[in-house]
Write a protein that binds this ligand. Sequence first.
Ligand SMILES: Nc1nc2c(ncn2[C@@H]2O[C@H](COP(=O)(O)OP(=O)(O)OP(=O)(O)O)[C@@H](O)[C@H]2O)c(=O)[nH]1
Length: 363
Amino acid sequence: MTDARLPATLLTGFLGAGKTTLLNAMLADSSAGRIAIIVNEFGEAGLDHDLIEAVREDVVLMQSGCLCCSIRGDLSRTIAGLLERKSKGEIAFDRLVIETTGLADPGPILQTLVIDTVLSRTVRMDGLITVTDAANGPATLDAQFEAVSQVAMADLIVLSKTDLVSPDEVEGFKARLHHLNPGVPILKAVRGEGIAARLWGLAGNRTDVAPARAMAWAKGPAPSVDPLMNLSGLSPATPTPLRSAHHDARIGSASIVLDDPIPDEVFDIWLDTLITLRGPDILRVKGIVFLTDMEKPFVFHGVQHIFERPVPLSNWSGDDRRSRIVVIARDMSRPEIQASLDMLRARMSSGRVRQSEQKDASA
Ligand SMILES: Nc1nc2c(ncn2[C@@H]2O[C@H](COP(=O)(O)OP(=O)(O)OP(=O)(O)O)[C@@H](O)[C@H]2O)c(=O)[nH]1
């Protein structure tokens, strides 16, 4: 089954990191088809394209109330308008790129694509790309938590301005980025050159995704060596030390690999509990999940309390039936997140014990 929804790429990165430069490199590359662009600020310079729309974030910012809801309305209307013009034959495009302002939290935009009932049927998230600047990036991460969040949430990081610093500085910065977002691919690029063809199809949440791509997307930090460590009370009481920069230390991530299929209700309860207790702090949860009695796995993806309906992976083949879940959160240490994931494992184990007790009783 092919996923016919329009792929949407979210392009984020801090002020001056090189987003517009990368966008121009994307536009110059025809391999991905025609691209419609939405920028959420006015006055973008240097884009020689006829499909530029503006979401009026300046208006949004003046409104009181929930900023994410305001962006959501504007963005939905803008995308709906583009799609309408497309259906009338006024414009043609094969994919969408949404460039955020440097300060924007990508969360509400990702959520919009999931929560808007019309949009979620017609548009799918193709990937969140964060541009980070090798020259100013380290200082930006020290100064701005939004920049740290953008790095932590990315499906792909493009490292710009590597021509302005030494190879050692580049490597040091890459290590820091990997600390914030373990497993994320990082592409070095000077002015976006040479990477345009590698910016698409990043997310695993489409039904026709290649299994290897979905697996790479759902890759997180290595799970704790002993999965029962936190349950046995032996986990360190203090968070795993990250870097001295306090913004970095606010980001935690952990992952789990489960050998056995997960009962539907166990997975739902785990997710509900995580969202209820820590919803606002969840930057991303993503994974490939095998549910009990289901032949194909599902890919799921969420930001804060908003979760996309799980997408069945129709192309899945092979014997690997292990579920993989990654959680990236702010103000949660890795042991805390790991403890939540271990709870999922524990619920599965207790479910198995109950099942075998029932079998014994009926024997
Ligand atoms: N040396 C060097 N300069 C770069 C590179 N990428 C971008 N620049 C320059 O950095 C400046 C900022 O780039 P933009 O692409 O406008 O950055 P932006 O993220 O869109 O900026 P805002 O829209 O202000 O957030 C421009 O002068 C670019 O020419 C790079 O890899 N190397």
